[in-house]
Design a protein around this ligand. Structure first.
Ligand code: FA5
Ligand code: MG
Length: 438
């Protein structure tokens, strides 16, 4: 199950980490065990200000040295196999710098531009846009600055990709809220790639894209309304996001759900009915006063939201599986072009899935995210879903049975190929997760 940034599971932090990383976590109390180096100067380059320039970018080769938003990133700095403070994998590194949101002919880029247009039209161009801020951020920026409690599950090595004990691949664009508020911005949008260790299914992927929106109000704005500041901001927030949803989707079934985020109160999620289920597409709320106070906005009130761009694009373009966004296959990419919102994805013939079940006795450190990381490490995007289908206890031991669905987006898989993948998965699940296969 995905936990997300909002929900708090008590005591989950230390219990749900992979064995090799338990050491890192228990050692966190002793900073001298770590080279406390900060790898990256987290500067905002002037090019992080998005312009309306049309970028024409094709698929890019995987490089071992990247430059994003003026920050240089070497592969060896981000992926270090034998360092227990690091849990970034090669496949995650291969996604850094691809910036699907900056490709004007990609569904994610098309959607970003449509949302820009909505805010420009409704707020007279007041919202400043950032879409090239480096995804490597400090633990402080990702968590502390937005009041994520010290024991919140999202801080665990099980949920977040750590580059070292002080640096993570941002797990949400909220990591940039505090800095931008401090810089005096009152209306801003931040779009970027975000990274999470998560479950595997058609709406979850370990790298996805979010757009953060923040609007700060001064007392002169809410006082005439007769509403208290919080109700004023909450009403404006919902109105703004409902307007956006109507603009993008026209008539679509949606509902507001009350939720919890450490950085907003009240907090809400918007869900849209898609593929016969309610799908959560965004989180939002009225910014905690403490965040405004710390960043020099004592007398103000603000709202903030974080949109899941893949989820919205799935609804908009009728894209049934989140893995499709990463295809460089022309049969996918040629279907979309800049500014065209009305296009519906036309699936190239649907290839059959193949299901493989595996049962094992788990241990205390077993987590589904760790299992998914192992499966993805072997099968990559050929894995469509990893689902717990049976769970029982016997003599103090717990058995899990997972069903893995393999399916290529581009071609038919052979039995031989799948059997080999599954054999590898069984071996590595046993050796890396220390579970006992049944
Ligand atoms: C957040 O990330 C908050 N930072 C959002 C926010 C910002 C709330 C500002 C309040 C104020 P959450 O973990 O729910 O919240 O993620 C936000 C959205 O990202 C989700 O609604 C969903 O659309 C999308 N999302 C989350 N996990 C995944 C995933 N693994 N794959 C694809 N999309 C995801
Ligand atoms: Mg959520």
């Amino acid at each position: 199950m995905a936990t997300g940034i909002g929900r708090q599971t008590p005591c989950a932090l230390l219990l749900r980490t992979r064995p090799a990383l338990n050491h890192a976590l228990t050692s966190l109390a002793n900073p001298s065990l770590f080279s406390a180096r900060r790898l990256f100067s987290l500067s905002f380059s002037s090019s992080s200000l998005a312009t309306n320039k049309q970028h024409k970018r094709g698929p890019q080769p995987i490089l071992s040295l990247l430059e994003i938003g003026g920050v240089k990133i070497g592969k060896d700095d981000v992926v270090r196999e034998n360092d227990p403070t690091n849990n970034v994998t090669d496949s995650i590194f291969s996604k850094i710098g691809l910036q699907l949101h900056r490709r004007d002919n990609h569904p994610i880029g098309i959607l970003k531009n449509a949302i820009y247009d909505y805010f420009d039209a409704n707020y007279g161009g007041k919202f400043i846009k950032f879409d090239d801020i480096c995804p490597l951020v400090s633990v402080k920026e990702n968590f502390d600055d937005v009041l994520v409690p010290a024991n919140h599950v999202s801080r665990s090595y099980n949920d977040t990709y750590y580059v070292d004990a002080q640096t993570v691949l941002r797990c949400h664009t909220s990591a940039h809220q505090a800095e931008l508020l401090r810089r005096g911005h009152s209306h801003f949008l931040v779009t970027g790639d975000v990274y999470r260790r998560d479950s595997i299914d058609s709406t979850h992927y370990p790298v996805f894209h979010q757009m953060e929106g923040v609007r700060v109000f001064s007392p002169a704005e809410w006082i005439p309304s007769g509403l208290d500041a919080t109700s004023y901001a909450a009403t404006d927030l919902k109105k703004s996001l409902e307007g956006l949803a109507r603009r993008l989707f026209g008539a679509v079934e949606m509902r507001w759900v009350d939720t919890y985020f450490p950085f907003t109160n009240p907090s809400f999620e918007l869900e849209i009915y898609f593929q016969e289920k309610w799908m959560e597409v965004l989180g939002c709320g009225v910014t905690e006063q403490e965040i405004l106070r710390r960043n020099g906005r004592l007398d103000n009130i603000a709202w903030a939201f974080g949109l899941g761009l893949e989820r919205l694009a799935m609804v908009l373009f009728e894209i049934p599986d989140i893995r499709l966004f990463w295809l460089t296959d022309k049969r996918f990419t040629s279907q979309f072009s800049g500014g065209q919102l009305g296009v519906k994805f036309n699936p190239f013939s649907k290839f059959p899935p193949c299901y493989k079940d595996m049962s094992f006795w788990i241990n205390d450190s077993f987590t589904e995210n760790n299992l998914c990381e192992v499966v993805r490490g072997i099968a990559g995007d050929l894995v469509e879903e990893v689902r717990l289908i049976d769970n029982f206890n016997k003599k103090g031991m717990t058995s899990h049975c997972y069903r893995i669905a393999y399916r290529s987006m581009e071609r038919s898989l052979t039995d031989e190929e799948i059997n080999e993948l599954q054999l590898n998965v069984r071996e590595q699940v046993q050796s890396k997760l220390n579970v006992v296969l049944r």
